[in-house]
Design a protein around this ligand. Structure first.
Ligand code: 4GX
Length: 217
């Protein structure tokens, strides 16, 4: 069973995502175990402080090293072989092929979700992977972590069933199977389903789909 832990100041953001559809099923069938760690629990002093101003001046606040180190230590106690993944716009762009690698491996993952303007750089001594979901800046690492975790969990054997595996493999190879698709009715608001798809001619359908697939970027 793969252990996925998340260190965050907003654990409640994950409730809906972890308790719905595929992610719920993945826990029920014991493919994955989620553990949410509230960074606030490791804050300093009676105010449970987790952020501070940057040395050298500048706008905004940074996550302090002590609470993050303590939270990661707690996560490692629970899963000693886990890899630590930091969500940051400076990270390596998340890809389907990486999701496959992380789903296939035996180790768990600890996702560190930052807030504010960033982290004390010394946190990187504990980080194995820096991951970005794209070249834009979100308010925190939580939404990126949810996206990344979703891509991993659905690839763990037994979670989705075999039916989609071919399509997923094809995507990992860098060629999508994103041909246009239609369901009933045959005509909707005057818009017709391409005749070839109704023909029952599997060779012709395969050819049409290939010609109409998006090419990878
Ligand atoms: N892909 N964010 C991290 C805090 C932060 C700010 C500055 C480092 C430098 C993001 C992304 C992302 C928002 C997560 C800012 N960390 N994460 N957070 N794009 O935008 O992964």
């Amino acid at each position: 069973m793969k252990k996925i832990q998340v260190i965050t100041l907003f654990p409640e953001m994950f409730d809906g995502v972890f308790n719905s559809s595929m992610m719920w099923k993945a826990q029920e069938c014991k493919a994955v175990e989620f553990r949410l760690i509230n960074l606030r629990d490791f804050g300093l002093g009676t105010r449970k402080r987790v952020d501070d101003t940057p040395y050298g001046g500048g706008d905004g606040m940074l996550l302090m090293p002590e609470p993050l180190f303590a939270a990661i230590e707690d996560a490692k106690k629970f899963d000693p072989n886990a890899k630590v993944a930091l969500l940051t716009p400076k990270g390596e762009r998340w890809k389907q092929a990486t999701a496959q690698t992380w789903a296939d491996g035996d180790n768990g993952y600890i996702f560190v979700c930052g807030r504010y303007e960033g982290y004390d750089e010394r946190i990187l001594t504990l980080v194995d992977e820096q991951v970005s979901v794209g070249d834009y800046v979100l308010t925190g690492g939580e939404l990126p972590a949810m996206a990344v975790i979703d891509t991993i969990v659905r690839l763990i054997p037994g979670v989705l069933g075999g039916e989609n595996s071919a399509a997923i493999e094809s995507f990992s190879d860098g060629q999508t199977l994103e041909f246009p698709q239609y369901t009933r009715p045959e005509v909707f608001q005057g818009l017709e389903v391409p005749k070839v798809l109704l023909s029952g001619n599997h060779a012709e359908i395969a050819k049409w789909r290939k010609e109409n697939s998006l090419k990878s970027k």
